[in-house]
Design a protein around this ligand. Structure first.
Ligand code: KG4
Ligand code: ZN
Length: 347
């Protein structure tokens, strides 16, 4: 018997995603991004994102159906990101999903965006062997999760106490005259720089911080350190060595992210790590994670880039896992929850 066809809708930030999945098989992953509309503001503007979702959700749904060569009547269940994310943006996806579920008379599942990132990995390399530690790094979040069962049990081990990792890339890019989104530009500039020329601070890694914030991150001090460094150079009339600054910054971020994620695996006795989020595109981060996982005997799993960034297929993948367990659908009255805790995999 073929697995049920799950339609997934994602609108938590600036990507409108609609995906179609059967079991752990990816059938379609259509995404419309409003990133270009945020460029001149240097970051995501919630109202602009909500409006863009409203305009993109129906065309993106049609693209996904075309890509999978199925019709709406073939859909067996609808899954949607219920949170966490931007309140207005989430509301667009949840409303669209409710409308579809009613019109098609199919069950509706409101699911957790963060756990969706982990479920996406199953579309790449097949069913996960839980437990896993997930390192999620994007413009909106920086978390270490422990996932004991992707459909039911996830725990937040640590998160950023200020800026997200991607946000730090974006802000530092602006400081050194590079464009938004900063990640790819910093990576390119860093290729011509020396990562050990400037040693920037690694937040929350001192002895006292490790006692209280073992798996947490902080990037605002790093951003300030870069700003000071640049200011000092400019005041002295020296040209700013953009390559060295970019490389030193990138090294500091990659170092602290991978060190804490590997530590979480070791201390929790977990031998699989999943790396996801837009920042997971960073070549240095991937290289260092791979090296440190290998040295520690940890299997690193990472989906292709289009499944790492926000998308609808990851939500469909989580919906498929939930449906497979026979869990009850969400009560139809549910609302989106911008601060949905990761422990609530299904709302
Ligand atoms: O997951 P994502 O596409 O969505 C949002 O968070 O909205 O992540 C976007 C973030 C941006 O902050 C961007 O600067 C960062 O991912 N990013 C990167 C790279 N490519 C994208 N950061 C570092 N290196 C990259 N190559
Ligand atoms: Zn995300």
């Amino acid at each position: 018997m073929t697995a049920p066809l799950i339609l997934g809708i994602e609108t938590s930030c600036d990507e409108t995603g609609v995906g179609l999945v059967r079991g752990t098989t990816l059938l379609a992953n259509a995404v419309a991004s409003s990133v270009d509309e945020h460029v001149r503001f240097g970051g995501v503007v919630p109202e602009v994102a909500s409006r863009a979702h409203l305009e993109a959700v129906v065309p993106t749904l049609h693209r996904a159906l075309d890509e999978a060569q199925v019709g709406l009547d073939d859909v067996d269940a609808v899954a949607v990101t219920a949170g966490p994310g931007l309140a207005g943006a989430l509301m667009v996806g949840v409303s669209a999903a409710k409308a579809l579920a009613v019109a098609l008379d199919k069950p509706l599942y409101g699911v957790n965006h963060l756990v969706g990132h982990v479920a996406a990995e199953q579309l790449e390399n097949g069913p996960l062997t839980e437990p896993v530690v997930a390192l999620l790094v994007s413009g909106g979040h920086t978390e270490i999760l422990q996932v004991d069962d992707v459909a039911t049990a996830a725990e937040l081990l640590g998160q950023t106490i200020d800026d997200a990792a991607g946000e730090a890339f974006d802000k530092v890019a602006r400081l050194i005259g590079l464009k938004y989104p900063g990640g790819p530009h910093i990576q390119r500039a860093a290729a011509d720089g020396d990562p050990s020329a400037i040693r920037f601070p690694r937040g929350l890694t001192g002895q006292r911080d490790m006692a209280r914030h073992r798996y947490d991150f902080s990037f605002s001090g790093l951003k300030t350190a870069v700003a000071r460094w640049v200011e000092t150079a400019e005041r002295a009339g020296d040209p700013v060595p953009v390559g060295d600054v970019a490389a030193g910054f990138q090294e500091a971020v990659a170092d602290v992210l991978t060190a804490k994620a590997v530590l979480a695996c070791q201390e929790r006795g977990i031998s699989t790590m999943v790396l996801a989020g837009g920042v997971a595109a960073n070549a240095r981060l991937r290289e260092l994670t791979q090296q440190r996982c290998e040295a520690a005997g940890i299997e690193l799993r990472q989906p292709r880039f289009s499944l790492c960034t926000d998308n609808g297929a990851m939500i469909a993948a989580l919906g498929a896992a939930v449906v497979e367990r026979g869990l009850p659908p969400s009560r139809f009255e549910f609302g989106s929850d911008s601060s949905l805790p990761v422990t609530e995999v299904l709302i």
